[in-house]
Design a protein around this ligand. Structure first.
Ligand code: KG4
Ligand code: ZN
Length: 336
């Protein structure tokens, strides 16, 4: 089945074409105009989606050499995300599905991220433990089957990507700043200053980043000259604490629940230090650690298309009353 997928939940406008779940083409345009505001401006994002979506649709069709007449279903992100942004993608998806009289399916953005480690690792099979780390979410989910998810841990305050972004803004690195923080950290000494690791020494599988973020802000305020001379050292110390704040609860859960496979996904999964530390820790346990290529870590429509294709194959469809949902929870999520 040839699926056209559309993703407009936040500040990336994206479309993809998949054939039986394999990606034929995928195009992503990132809205850089939010950088100077230190965060996504919802109205600007909606307008950018309106301007970009049709050209991106043309591009993705041309890249795949699939004609619109040959598309057999449309998948679209329906949440969570910015409501105005979601509605732009949903409106186009409905128009195509209506004009061509083909099935429409709404997809949960988080579910898309969660399965994206499978693109380069087609043997990915449940059960596995999924660590999903993005700008808006930090979730630890036990994946027992497609659509059968158990919530093991989540952040009690900020998301992991949000902590990277807030520290980047404090340091004048713009938004989103995760990649810039990683780049500068590579030149720094992570032992120059130790920042607090969230939930360290505690039981359970939840995460916390607000103490770390505040500690960095306080350190910078109290030591302005050290900061200007040692920015990369401070960022390396922050990154190390952020990575350890993710590592500790994740590995506790990996050991406690007896999973043999860990996946990492979402924008923060692009972080090399996080990948390196988790690779070592999971290998030391004799387990398998899988993560997507860089292009599939941050928002894209390939992941939306893959989940849509799986749901369509299960006979699921949406009607034209499909709407966006800003706080859409992961479908089939059990709190255990
Ligand atoms: O998944 P995503 O594209 O959007 C959301 O669904 O939120 O994730 C974006 C987040 C941002 O917070 C960004 O700073 C972070 O991913 N990010 C990184 C890196 N690249 C992107 N964080 C740490 N290290 C990176 N290399
Ligand atoms: Zn995302």
């Amino acid at each position: 089945m040839i699926v056209l997928s559309i993703e407009t939940s936040c500040d990336e406008t994206a479309a993809a074409i998949l054939d039986e779940g394999a990606v034929l083409s995928s195009v992503v345009a990132t809205h850089w105009m939010h950088a100077r505001f230190g965060g996504v401006v919802p109205e600007l994002a909606s307008r950018a989606h309106l301007n970009l979506l049709l050209p991106i649709l043309d591009q993705v069709m041309a890249d795949s050499a699939v004609a619109l007449e040959n598309v057999e279903a449309v998948a679209v992100t329906r949440g969570p995300g910015l409501i105005g942004s979601l509605l732009v993608g949903i409106s186009l998806a409905k128009s195509v599905a209506f004009a061509r009289n083909i099935p429409l399916i709404g997809v949960n953005h988080l579910e898309g991220h969660m399965w994206s480690a499978g693109f380069d690792n087609p043997d990915l099979e449940p059960p596995f433990l999924a660590l999903l780390v993005s700008g808006g979410h930090t979730l630890l989910v036990g994946v027992e089957g497609f659509g059968d998810y158990r919530l093991i841990g989540q952040t009690r305050d900020d998301a992991a990507g949000e902590a990277f972004d807030k520290v980047a803004v404090l340091c004048g690195l713009g938004y989103p700043g995760g990649a810039a923080v990683e780049k500068l950290s590579a030149e720094g000494n992570r032992e120059f200053h130790s920042f607090p690791v969230g939930m360290s020494g505690q039981q359970g599988y939840d995460f916390s980043f607000s103490g770390l973020k505040t500690a960095v802000a306080n350190f910078m305020r109290r030591n302005p000259t050290v900061v200007s001379d040692h920015l990369s050292d401070i960022l390396a110390g922050f990154q190390e604490a952020a990575v350890n704040s993710l590592l500790e609860p994740t590995l506790r859960a990996f050991d406690a629940f007896g999973y043999r496979t860990l996946t990492l996904s979402g924008g923060v999964a692009a972080n090399g230090r996080l990948r390196q530390q988790l690779t070592q820790a999971v290998e030391a346990r004799g387990g398998k650690f899988l993560f997507p290529g860089f292009a599939l870590c941050t928002d894209n429509a390939a992941m939306t298309g893959w989940v849509g294709w799986r749901r369509l194959a299960l006979g699921q469809r949406d009607d034209f009353d499909l709407s966006g949902e800003a706080n859409l929870p992961l479908p089939g999520l059990r709190h255990v």
